[in-house]
Design a protein around this ligand. Structure first.
Ligand SMILES: [Zn+2]
Length: 149
């Protein structure tokens, strides 16, 4: 038996789940009356805690919370419509430009190695996506700030 008594945590661990305690702790617990007394006290305390009634609100919490939430927005939003319109116009104009100038573009692209071209395209597309996402976040933040004032 080890000379030092078990820590409070080790005693609680022994009471709550004996299987998880290490062999030294279990051996000490079986031979030390002082630690056994502490374990008995913890056992009684845990039993009392388990018997306490579960705390519940005496009112309907969901009604209180739901009444403080802002009303749902209408399905159609002019802001989103404008964003979709701008994105569509951008894509259409890009497509038209690519369609009309694809011969020049092909001549331009043939002069550059394909790996550089694909790296450039990936970089540009990634930057564009990041810009659009950032612009949309800023837009939502501003619109949300306007709605609550
Ligand atoms: Zn002990």
């Amino acid at each position: 038996m080890s000379k030092e008594h078990l820590t409070e945590e080790a005693i609680q661990q022994y009471v709550l789940d004996k299987q998880q305690s290490d062999a030294v702790s279990i051996e000490h617990m079986q031979q030390c009356p002082q630690c056994q007394a502490a374990a008995t006290m913890y056992q009684a305390m845990f039993n009392n805690i388990r018997q306490l009634p579960v705390e519940t609100f005496d009112f309907d919490l969901s009604v209180v919370v739901m009444s403080q939430l802002p009303a749902a927005r209408p399905g159609f939003s002019w802001g989103m419509f404008c964003i979709y319109l701008l994105v569509t116009a951008f894509l259409l104009s890009t497509g038209i430009l690519l369609y009309h100038f694809h011969e020049y573009l092909q001549a331009f692209m043939s002069g550059i190695t394909s790996i550089l071209t694909s790296l450039g395209i990936i970089t540009i597309v990634t930057l564009l996506i990041c810009q659009v996402i950032d612009m949309y976040r800023k837009y939502r933040k501003k619109i949300d700030a306007l709605d609550f004032q």
